[in-house]
Write a protein that binds this ligand. Structure first.
Ligand SMILES: [Zn+2]
Length: 131
């Protein structure tokens, strides 16, 4: 689901919480991949023949999955922080209490990211948030 629709449905704070949870679940996957790789390396020394080939394949698979999970973790956290940095009302300095009024999808030919026009729930100030 695109970010503006997700924030419209759940609210900014809930969306932010979900992004952090999703990001950190990927970090847990990175740690599990590290443990699996260490176990496969340990088992490599006691295996022979096809067992060693299987352990090498296991290490390669855990490294690939761990790399993907680490990249996804960093992406989700950076995206959440990028939007959270814009979530403060400049008029009343309230954090995260706004609603999405309108949205503009990304226009890659013009080099523009998706944008949301938001309205502060406390003072009704309006500003644009880039996604
Ligand atoms: Zn405000």
């Amino acid at each position: 689901m695109p970010i503006p629709q997700s924030i419209q449905r759940h609210g900014f704070r809930k969306w932010y919480e979900r992004e952090l949870l999703a990001g950190h679940s990927h970090l847990v996957l990175v740690l599990l991949c590290g443990l699996a790789a260490a176990g496969a390396i340990e088992a490599f020394w006691s295996a022979s023949g096809d067992g060693r080939v299987l352990m090498v394949a296991s290490v390669l698979a855990t490294v690939a999955i761990g790399n993907w999970a680490l990249r996804r973790y960093l992406y989700l956290l950076m995206r959440a922080e990028f939007i959270a940095d814009q979530a403060v009302c400049s008029a009343c300095e309230t954090y995260g209490r706004w609603t999405v009024e309108s949205q503009a999808p990304a226009d890659e030919s013009a080099g523009r990211t998706a944008q949301m026009q938001v309205c502060c729930r406390k003072c009704q100030a309006r500003w644009t948030i880039n996604c």
